[in-house]
Write a protein that binds this ligand. Structure first.
Ligand code: ATP
Ligand code: MG
Length: 749
């Protein structure tokens, strides 16, 4: 258990202490419509972790109420994920579909109580009647149906007498409720689709809001833990359970913050697009944030759990830096795995003064790792080193082998370059060196000073292996789509050379390749004849160094105060602001939380709001862009004014620029203090919405990608994203995405 208690455990403990709860029962309730990702790992860790910590139990329940997208292969993937993370569910896997008839009976009961009715308004009228945040809704005339009529209609809906959408069953709650979700929510809809478990038994399917609370009740769940986006659904949850006057005990819902990681997309729908679109190789592609992907890549369950614990459980959504996850896997593997040598890009080295061969005894672990084990390193006059560990004309701070600079072969001798051999085009193909007999590692009496030790393999005994180098799947922090994919996320090296013990002795499945990073024998493709290794992670944050060069400022802040797992209570004043933002202005709870807790930020926001009545767009810019700046400089030192920000939002609201371009404009405002309109004008950033212009670009993209067009026409609809992405790219992000989407769809028909 984590040392600092999170807010959920605080609640659970209080409930146990007060006797409100006798046994802690939780559940992990995924919808089986995709492979679970690391966000699910967080939910698994919370639900199973809490049950374990308080001697309760946790159910694994497939929330299978949407028959169109679900599949048994996803059920299996979910089971695998929970097991791999080291948890056990209570009894059998449960399915909401197993409760369909009970849930149906509860619906009938509500009808009999006059608390539910069959509505037959067309969909658009239902929407219209719902009203708005500011205006109360209006109840359908069908709400006047008698109980007998409702019972009869619902029974016939169930029997399949009506078409999809012809009728729905709604709860009769309150059409003027401030919480829009309470405006007579949908309980059941007609769906003539086969369910992957229930077959064709049902023509009606319960909605999440009705099925979830009742499934929790049926299973005796005590704490129904879900993510923040269900905050407003809690009222329905309670209404259903209270209205039905169920025998206690009943479950209660609590919400925590969703996990978000930069450079990562985390939604089964988006992941499915990548899988179906062929951007990755299946659900377990090591670049995906799926549990199956991490497992295949070589992450350990311990590292994933350590990461979830380090992120903590908060009540406000936040973006976690992916390097935090990378830290966790390094931290886990460092004390565990053997160090071995593998040369990825071999350069032939001949030691001209060495005769014969020997075997050097070499420990698998460095001195500071308390583990035993060693292997024999074959050594002879023919070895290979990494191509970039030799440079003929090195820069000043190059410490490896050069014509003038000797280097140590790790665990062996010091070598000195004597001759560089090149091919006809001037590429170095071999170097001839001399070794110092007295310089053997551990018994060095040579007196030669070197600045570094490099890895190497003996050419004759080394084994050829395939190494798959993975990098981040996306090259931008907040990826929006296919256009943000990192083109270099996978590099395959077919001819790496590894020391023989790794293959022959198999001291482990995970290794540290000296100076390269951590690697894992691919669990699917590895054979003794053709070993394949996946790069799990580099030795240190090489990406951080890479991106620092090109970026002068951090792009997105990681909200440390919230990811630490501690939630500081709000003051009364903050609470009031929070309520105003969520209820009156309809901001989401994450944004409201950020604003309410930061007096400077909320003052900025309020002032902007007094100039421009666009609460949502303003809040987005203020909590993201402005907030980031305020972390760096005082409000007086900002180069832009409140008015400038409202101008920027106006440009977004009237669609002169897209959200993406707005970020670019903002960067410029920060630097130069120029007003946004001027920037847009000067840089020609006006959004292109003209169908004629966009159409021409689409035609070009289509002409350039005949293969993808064919695939699309053959039914691979996921490629739509590819085309949209290409067009957006071609316009430097200036094309209006909606127009592009529409036109691409039209043109590809
Ligand atoms: P997705 O949008 O990826 O499909 P979801 O919320 O629809 O996710 P479900 O399968 O319905 O996924 O969710 C199962 C459980 O996992 C839910 O309780 C959900 O709240 C939780 N969960 C899903 N994504 C995350 C996340 N990113 N962080 C924490 N918990 C998550
Ligand atoms: Mg979902």
């Amino acid at each position: 258990m984590s040392e600092r208690k999170d807010f959920l455990r605080t609640i659970v403990e209080a409930d146990l202490k007060s006797g409100k709860v006798k046994e802690v029962v939780t559940r992990f309730p995924p919808e089986p419509n995709g492979f679970p990702h690391i966000g699910h790992a967080k939910s698994i860790a919370i639900n199973f972790g809490i049950a374990r910590d308080y001697n309760g139990h946790c159910n694994l329940r497939m929330d299978d109420t949407n028959p169109t997208k679900e599949d048994t292969k996803y059920v299996q993937a979910l089971k695998d994920a929970v097991e791999w993370l080291g948890f056990e569910w209570e009894g059998n896997v449960r399915y909401t579909s197993d409760y369909f008839s009970q849930i149906h009976d509860y619906a009938v009961q509500l009808i009999k109580m006059g608390k539910a009715y069959v509505d037959s308004l067309p969909e658009d009228e239902i929407r219209e009647y719902r009203g708005t945040v500011k205006e109360a809704g209006k109840r359908s005339k069908y709400a006047e149906r008698t109980i007998e009529e409702n019972l009869d209609l619902f029974e016939r809906m169930k029997k399949g007498e009506f078409k999809d959408g012809e009728h729905i069953l709604r709860a009769k709650i309150d059409m003027s409720a401030a919480n829009m979700k309470l405006r007579d929510p949908l309980l059941y809809r007609i769906r003539h689709v086969e369910h992957f478990r229930a077959g064709n038994e049902w023509a009606v399917y319960p909605m999440y809001d009705f099925a979830h609370c009742l499934s929790d009740y049926i299973e005796g769940v005590s704490h129904s833990i879900c993510t923040l986006e269900f905050e407003n659904n809690r009222d329905i949850y309670n209404w259903v359970l209270e209205t039905l006057e169920l025998t206690p005990p009943r479950p209660y819902q609590y919400e925590f913050a969703r996990l978000g990681i930069n450079y990562t997309v985390m939604s089964k729908r988006k992941l499915l697009e990548l899988v179906d679109g062929g951007q990755v190789n299946g659900w377990d592609d090591p670049r995906l944030p799926t549990i199956a992907g991490y497992k295949r890549r070589g992450y350990t369950p311990e590292s994933i759990l350590a990461f979830c614990a380090s992120v903590g459980i908060a009540k406000a959504n936040s973006m976690v830096d992916v390097s935090q996850l990378e830290f966790c896997i390094r931290d886990d593997l460092n004390p565990k795995v053997p160090r071995v040598m593998c040369v990825l890009d071999p350069l032939k080295v001949t030691i001209v003064n060495y005769e014969g061969s020997e075997e050097i005894d070499s420990s698998y672990y460095p001195h500071d790792i308390p583990k035993e084990g060693s292997r024999k390193l074959p050594f002879s006059k023919n070895i290979c080193i990494e191509r970039d560990d030799f440079m003929e004309n090195p820069p000043k701070d190059y410490f490896r082998l050069t014509p003038e600079q000797s280097v140590r072969l790790k665990g062996a001798y010091i070598i000195t370059c004597k001759e560089v051999i090149k091919d006809a085009s001037g590429n170095v193909v071999e170097i001839k060196v001399e070794y110092s007999k007295e310089s053997k590692s551990g018994a060095d009496t040579s007196g030669i000073k070197v600045k570094s030790a490099i890895h190497w393999v003996d050419e004759n005994s080394a084994k050829e292996v395939e190494v798959r180098l993975y990098d981040r799947l996306y090259s931008v922090e907040a990826p929006e789509g296919i256009e943000d994919l990192n083109p270099d996320s996978l590099k395959v090296i077919k001819t790496a050379l590894i020391e023989p013990a790794v293959i022959d002795e198999k001291p482990d499945v995970r290794f540290q390749f000296e100076r390269q990073g951590y690697f894992y024998g691919d669990p699917v493709d590895y054979t003794d004849e053709k070993p394949v290794f996946n790069k799990i992670v580099g030795l240190k944050g090489s990406w951080d160094k890479k991106s620092k060069k090109t970026e002068t400022r951090p792009k997105e802040r990681v909200k440390k105060e919230q990811v630490d797992g501690e939630v500081v209570a709000m003051s009364q004043e903050q609470e009031a602001l929070f309520a105003k933002y969520t209820e009156e202005l309809q901001l989401n709870s994450e944004v409201s939380n950020t604003l309410a807790r930061d007096a400077q930020l909320s003052a900025f926001y309020e002032e902007a709001l007094s100039l421009l009545n666009s609460p949502v767009s303003l809040a987005n810019i203020v909590t993201n862009e402005v907030a980031r700046e305020l972390k760096q400089v005082a409000v007086e030192a900002l180069k832009f004014s409140v008015k400038d920000i409202t101008e920027l939002v106006k440009l977004i609201d009237d669609k002169t620029i897209s959200n993406k371009i707005a970020k670019q404009v903002f960067e410029e405002m920060v630097k130069s203090g120029t007003n946004p309109k001027q920037i847009v004008k000067d840089k020609g950033l006006v959004q292109i919405s003209d169908p004629a212009i966009i159409g021409t670009i689409i035609d070009e993209v289509i002409a350039k990608n005949p293969d993808n067009v064919e695939k699309f026409k053959a039914g691979n609809s996921k490629l739509l994203g590819f085309f949209v992405g290409q067009v957006l790219k071609a316009t430097g992000g200036k094309a209006n995405p909606q127009v592009v989407n529409q036109l691409v769809t039209q043109k590809l028909k």
